[in-house]
Design a protein around this ligand. Structure first.
Ligand SMILES: *Cc1c(COP(=O)(O)O)cnc(C)c1O
Length: 395
């Protein structure tokens, strides 16, 4: 998977080295150190079917290929495939199933994932059960003879629940099913699900991998060759591929992933402790807090606790809306994982597509506030939250 760092063949390069180099070699024509953005839809052939491995850009593209190899190396996967969005990557995993198949899913998923499962794929005869993926007994009880896939996010969105990837993989495999993990929240800098037994990793590269809120993209990583062949077939057959510039931007983003994630984690730890001690805050969800139900598990399967926090203010939903609209450093916006701090209200924004009863059942209250803690100075972030909380007291 790697080009330059493999000079010492016996030695596995570290994560940061892979992030900078994997999948990329100097451009053969010029020596350009950066992978070119090949703006081309087709490639000249010498003779019918005789070409340099590239025939049509939906099927195979050099900038995309560099990114696919880079992301595969970061997740410790044999194979990588990139898509035009995280939802396109997610949909491709489900498109590999057939009518009548059943999927056991976590009940605390990205709203768009819930929407595409229940509003699109359900129309094609696939069935989905939503359960607390942190509760292995509940997951086991949801299996049917038609279950082919278990789909989880850990840490989950937006409650940051932690589920045991190794145990879920064991459960799925014992029943002849596969385990897919949406690793968008942790990123491979903090968690590598394939090493823990998962069969498929999915990413929205829009988030931490891109890291700069300037691109939308997705990826699937796997070491299972049969699954890879099916996903590769679907990538070409369905055609939800990313453009060359988008691939370049994500490739540039991953070079600094390790550095950025270190700061996201450090800042989030400061912000979470600060909120926990705040008299106007009712509850804080952050896996790095010893009070978090999944803390020990997060410590065991992750190398850091990430940059995402959710919390509840005292008072009603209107107060929560006033608070998030009063921040000056945190921007009120959907999305996460960029260098800038974002604040949002899942019930009306990212998770608005989940019916209210379903949301409440999953523990997602109307007043819950979600933070994507950026890489700014931590003191500016806590000061911003404090003044917004004060502003929210005045209606
Ligand atoms: C954003 C997100 C997605 C969807 O990705 P897009 O790139 O927006 O299509 C899927 N899963 C998680 C956890 C996300 O945060």
């Amino acid at each position: 998977m790697t080009n330059r760092p493999s000079a010492d063949a016996g030695r596995e390069p570290g994560f940061s080295t892979l992030a900078v180099h994997a999948g990329q070699s100097p451009d053969p024509a010029t020596g350009a150190i950066m992978t070119p953005v090949y703006l081309t839809s087709t490639y000249v052939q010498e003779w019918p079917e005789r070409h340099k491995g590239f025939d049509y850009a939906r099927t195979v593209h050099p900038t995309r290929l560099a990114l696919e190899k880079n992301l595969a190396a970061l997740e410790g996967a044999k194979f990588g495939l990139c898509f035009s969005s995280g939802m396109a990557a997610t949909s491709t995993v489900i498109e590999a199933l057939s009518s009548g198949d059943h999927v056991v899913c976590g009940n605390d998923l990205y709203g768009g994932t819930y929407r595409v499962f229940t509003k699109v794929f359900a129309r094609f005869g696939l069935t989905f059960s939503f359960v607390d993926a942190a509760d292995l007994k509940a997951v086991e009880a949801a299996f049917t003879p038609r279950t082919k896939l278990v789909w989880v996010e850990t840490p989950s969105n937006p409650l940051l629940k932690i589920s045991d990837i190794g145990a879920l993989a064991g459960l799925a495999h014992a029943k002849g099913a596969k385990l897919a993990v949406d690793n968008t929240f942790a990123s491979p800098a903090l968690q590598r699900p394939l090493r823990l037994g998962a069969d498929v990793v999915v990413h929205s590269t829009t988030k931490y991998l891109g890291g700069h809120s300037d691109v939308v993209g997705g990826a699937i990583l796997t070491s299972d060759e049969a699954l890879f062949k099916e996903f590769k077939f679907l990538q070409n057959a369905v055609g939800a591929v990313p453009g060359p510039l988008d691939c370049f931007l994500v490739l540039r983003g991953t070079k600094t992933l390790a550095l950025r994630v270190e700061r996201h984690c450090a800042n989030a730890a400061v912000v979470a402790k600060h909120l926990l001690a705040h008299p106007e805050v009712a509850r804080v969800h952050y896996p790095g807090l010893p009070t978090h139900a999944g803390h020990a598990l997060a410590r065991a399967q992750m190398t850091g606790f990430g940059g995402m926090i959710s919390f509840e203010l005292k008072g009603d939903i209107e107060r929560a809306k006033r608070m998030i609209s009063s921040c000056r450093v945190f921007s009120l916006a959907e999305s996460l994982g960029g260098v800038e701090s974002l604040i949002g209200h899942p019930a009306s924004m990212t998770h608005g597509s989940i019916p209210r009863e379903e949301r409440l059942k999953a523990g997602l209250s109307d007043g819950l506030i979600r933070l994507s803690v950026g890489i700014e100075d931590a003191a500016d972030l806590t000061a911003d939250l404090d003044s917004a909380i004060v502003a929210s007291l005045k209606s």
